[in-house]
Ligand binder design. Structure first.
Ligand code: HPA
Ligand code: ZN
Length: 357
C-alpha cells in the first residue's frame, strides 16, 4: 500500500458511520415545506397565548394527539384552523427562524419554503407584516448559521384564479426576494386547468413555478399540470406511478418531483411506506426528491422522511446520495451556486464509509 492509499484507508476507517448518521449528515436541500405547517405544538400554544387567541387544546400533548388524519381535506381543516395564531411580524419571524434552525441541525444547506398569504390576508394580517417577518428570519439564519433559503409564495386552488392573480400584485414589491410561486390546497375537484392564466402570468413576471399535483388527484392532474401550467417542478406527483406514458414524459422533460413520504403515509395517499412509489420512480430514473411537507403534523423533518423511506423501501447508499444530489439540482437558484453545493456533497461522500447496518 502506498502512503497515499494508507492515509486514505485510515481516513475512511475514521469516518465509518452508521447509515442513519450518514443520512442525517449528508448535505441536502429541502424543496417542499409549508412554513405555516412547521409550527411545533409548543410554539403553537405560545403564539396563541401571546396573541390572546383561544385554541381547542389544553396543552402541547393534546394538540399532538390531534395529528391523525383520514385524508388531505381532514388535515387541511386543522392546518388552516391553526393559522390563526400567526398575527404579528415577530410571529412570522419566529416560525421561520425555528424551521431554519432545524435545517442547520439537519444539514439542510438550502431550504425553499412555501407560505400561503391568502390565509393571512383574509385574517386581516397585511402583506408587509408577513413578508418582513419571514424575510428577516431568512437573512438572520444565513448570517448566524449559514443556512441559505428561498421563499415560495403559494396560492390556494380552492379559491378563484382572480384571487391568485391579486396575490401576485400584492407581492410585487418583493419580486426580487421571491424564489418562485406555487399552488396547494384541496386537489380533488380543483383541477389544474382552472389556473392556466395564472401560471402564464407568473411566467410573464419572471417567476419560477411549482404546483401540487397527483397527491390525492389522479395522474391526469399531473399531465394537465405539465401541459397547461408548464411548471418547473411538481409537488408530490405520486399518482404518476399509475401512468407509464406520464412517467416517460416526466423523465424526458426531467421535471423534479418533490415527494413527501411521511405526508403520504399520514394522509393515506399510500397504504404504507413499503407501498410508496419513491423507489420505483428512482429506479426508473425520475428526478425525485424527498421532503417533509408539514413536519410536526406528519411526524418528521426531512431526515426522518429519508430514514423512514430508506427503511421502508430498503434504499441503499447510492439511492440516498442520488436523492441528496437531486434535491440540490432541483433548487430555484443559479447554476454556479448549485455547482458549489454539489461539490460540497461530493466531498462529503468521498470521505465517508457507511458501516453495514
Ligand atoms: N397538499 C395540498 N395543500 C397543502 C399541502 C399538501 O400536501 N400542504 C399544505 N398545503
Ligand atoms: Zn405540500
Amino acid at each position: 500500500m502506498t502512503s497515499h492509499t494508507l492515509l486514505q484507508a485510515s481516513a475512511n476507517a475514521a469516518q465509518e458511520m452508521p447509515f442513519e448518521d450518514f443520512i442525517r449528515k449528508i448535505p441536502k436541500a429541502e424543496l417542499h415545506m409549508h412554513l405555516e405547517g412547521s409550527i411545533e405544538p409548543e410554539m403553537m400554544l405560545a403564539l396563541a397565548a401571546r396573541n390572546n387567541i383561544a385554541l381547542r387544546w389544553r396543552d402541547a400533548q393534546a394538540l399532538r394527539n390531534a395529528y391523525t388524519f383520514v385524508n388531505l381535506e381532514d388535515f387541511l381543516a386543522l392546518y388552516f384552523e391553526c393559522c390563526k395564531v400567526l398575527v404579528t411580524e415577530q410571529d412570522f419571524h419566529d416560525i421561520t427562524k425555528g424551521y431554519l434552525q432545524r435545517c442547520a441541525t439537519d444539514n439542510v444547506i438550502h431550504a425553499e419554503m412555501f407560505i400561503g398569504p391568502q390565509t393571512f390576508l383574509q385574517q386581516g394580517v397585511d402583506i408587509d407584516t408577513l413578508m418582513r417577518g419571514v424575510l428577516s428570519a431568512m437573512r438572520d439564519a444565513q448570517r448566524e448559521s449559514g443556512v441559505h433559503s428561498g421563499l415560495i409564495i403559494s396560492v390556494h386552488r380552492h379559491r378563484s384564479e382572480a384571487d391568485a392573480l391579486a396575490v401576485l400584485d400584492c407581492i410585487e414589491p418583493w419580486r426580487d426576494q421571491v424564489a418562485g410561486i406555487g399552488m396547494g390546497g384541496p386537489e380533488v375537484g380543483n383541477p389544474p386547468s382552472r389556473f392556466a392564466r395564472f401560471f402564464a402570468e407568473c411566467r410573464r413576471r419572471g417567476y419560477m413555478t411549482t404546483v401540487h399535483a397527483g397527491e390525492e388527484g389522479p395522474a391526469e392532474y399531473v399531465r394537465q399540470s405539465i401541459e397547461l401550467l408548464r411548471p418547473d417542478r411538481i409537488d408530490h406527483g405520486v399518482s404518476a406511478i399509475h401512468d407509464p406514458d406520464l412517467m416517460r414524459l416526466l423523465r424526458e422533460r426531467n421535471i423534479p418531483l418533490t415527494l413527501c413520504p411521511l405526508s403520504n403515509v399520514r394522509l393515506n395517499v399510500v397504504a404504507s411506506m413499503a407501498d410508496h412509489p419513491l423507489r420505483r420512480m428512482l429506479d426508473e430514473g425520475l428526478f425525485v426528491t424527498v421532503n417533509s411537507d408539514n413536519p410536526p403534523y406528519f411526524g418528521g423533518y426531512v431526515n426522518e422522511n429519508l430514514i423512514a423511506a430508506q427503511q421502508g423501501l430498503q434504499l441503499d447508499v447510492e439511492a440516498i446520495v442520488q436523492l441528496a444530489k437531486n434535491s440540490l439540482q432541483a433548487l430555484f437558484i443559479r447554476d454556479s451556486t448549485k455547482s458549489r453545493y454539489l461539490q460540497k456533497l461530493s466531498q462529503f461522500v468521498a470521505l465517508r464509509n457507511v458501516a453495514p447496518s
